[in-house]
Structures are given as C-alpha cells and as structure tokens.
Write a protein that binds this ligand. Structure first.
Ligand code: SAH
Length: 225
C-alpha cells in the first residue's frame, strides 16, 4: 500500500520537474544563476504553500526556495504556484539539515520559519529549527542584511527561541507576542495555514525578526565560526 502511494506521488511530481531541485548541494554557490540574479529567500517547512505562494506573487523581484520534508503536502504547494503561474519559486522536497551544505556564504537574503515543529520533548531541542547552532549556520548563508523571520503560536517554543537568539549572539530586531492585535505588524502579514488554524482557536501569534543587529564586525565572527 505504502509502495503504491509513493509511486502515485512520484508520478504526480513528474508534472512539476521544472520547479524542483532534488540535489540542493549541487546548487551551492549557484542559486543566483537559477534566480536570474534576483535575491533569494527561503522558507523551511512550507507546508501546503499558502504563505510562499502569496509572498512570491507579491514580490516578483525576489526568488523563493520552498523546502519541505513532507512530499505530499509539498504537492499542494506546487499546485498553488502553478495555478498562479508564478516562475519565482523553486521547491526542495527534503528535510533541511545544515544549510551550509546547500548554500554558499552570504548567498541568501532571508529565511522564513513559519510554525516550525516545536518538538516538545527536551532531548529533541537540537533538532528545533531555532536551536542556537542552527541560527548561527543560517547567518553564514545569509547576506549582510539578511534576517530570519520566525512565527509560531507556541509560547514555550517562542520564548525558548528568543533565548537561543541571545545565546547565538544574534539580535532580535522586531518582536510581537500578539501579531494580529498589532496594526502595524499585521498590515502586511501573510497568514499561513497553521496561523489561520491556531489563531482561529484563540492562540496569539508571536513573531520575531532576527538579525545580526548593529554590532560592527559580527559578520566576520560568524564566518569564522
Ligand atoms: N509553514 C506551514 C506548515 C507548518 S508545519 C504553516 O505555517 O502552515 C511544519 C512543517 O515543517 C511540516 O510540514 C514539516 O513537514 C516541515 N518541516 C519540519 N522540519 C523540516 C525541515 N528540517 N526541513 C523541511 N521541512 C521541515
């Protein structure tokens, strides 16, 4: 049964070959060729693609790489991009590990983490996408002004991530613990699938924008590990 489902999925993927990169390490240092020179942004865990399809439509001057470890939900995301006839989104159907395997230093302009898995068991903390070592590696592949924009409804995960940001010696450039109640922050917000679901259940949506901040010379420091 599982075999048949996989075959079925693979044949559906054939229609989207032009949108897919199966071997991201082979693209390291070359993503700007793929984007036609446009700045490259990534979303880790794009789910069914509501966010990335809206953002890519709104920002045709940028290119987006949607990474998703679950191939069936990614199929929904690719359908949305096709329906909208967008040419500025590329999909990577794999779980993201160390981004420095896939991207050269400074190759990326921004990273979106939307409702990443909170992995509540304590011994999984190193696998959370906002673990300090991961945050540091993001800032190796991000360019000088690059940021990580992180949204979640999960209070514990959010506060832990704020502490991880400090532990990674990075800066919180902007923070809200109730995004939808903050008119300025909400104005250009694109709601994700999970966001709609959990805010509908009364959860407050938190958002942090993480950057290198003002401190001079920090970029060199991260490059040198
Ligand atoms: N961003 C979407 C989905 C959130 S659920 C939304 O806000 O609605 C989290 C998603 O991240 C899941 O689809 C899961 O498969 C994916 N995911 C978790 N870890 C990942 C990783 N390391 N690389 C790629 N995708 C990942």
């Amino acid at each position: 049964m599982r075999q048949r489902r996989l075959k079925n999925l693979e044949s559906k993927y054939e229609a989207y070959e032009d949108l897919l990169i199966y071997e991201p390490p082979q693209m390291k240092g070359r993503w700007r060729e793929l984007s036609g020179g446009r700045p490259v942004f990534i979303e880790i865990g794009c789910g069914k693609g509501k966010f990335i399809s809206e953002l890519a439509g709104r920002e045709p001057e940028n290119h987006f790489i949607a990474i998703e470890g679950n191939m069936s939900v990614m199929l929904r995301a690719m359908e949305k991009i096709r329906e909208k006839d967008l040419t500025n989104v590329t999909f990577v159907p794999t779980h993201a590990g160390d981004l420095t395997d896939w991207f050269a230093d400074g190759e990326i302009s921004g990273i979106y983490l939307n409702f990443s898995d909170p992995l509540p068991k304590n011994y999984w903390y190193k696998r959370r996408l906002t673990y300090r070592e991961r945050l540091r590696s993001y800032f190796r592949v991000l360019d000088r002004n690059g940021t990580v924009v992180f949204k979640t409804d999960n209070t514990g995960f959010f506060e832990w991530s704020v502490l991880e940001t400090a532990a990674a010696d990075l800066r919180i450039l902007d923070l809200t613990r109730d995004l939808h109640a903050d008119p300025e922050a909400a104005a250009d917000n694109i709601e994700t699938e999970y966001e709609a679901k959990y805010s509908g259940l009364g959860e407050k949506i938190k958002r942090a924008v993480i950057g290198r901040g003002e401190a001079a010379g920090t970029e060199e420091k991260y490059r040198n590990g």
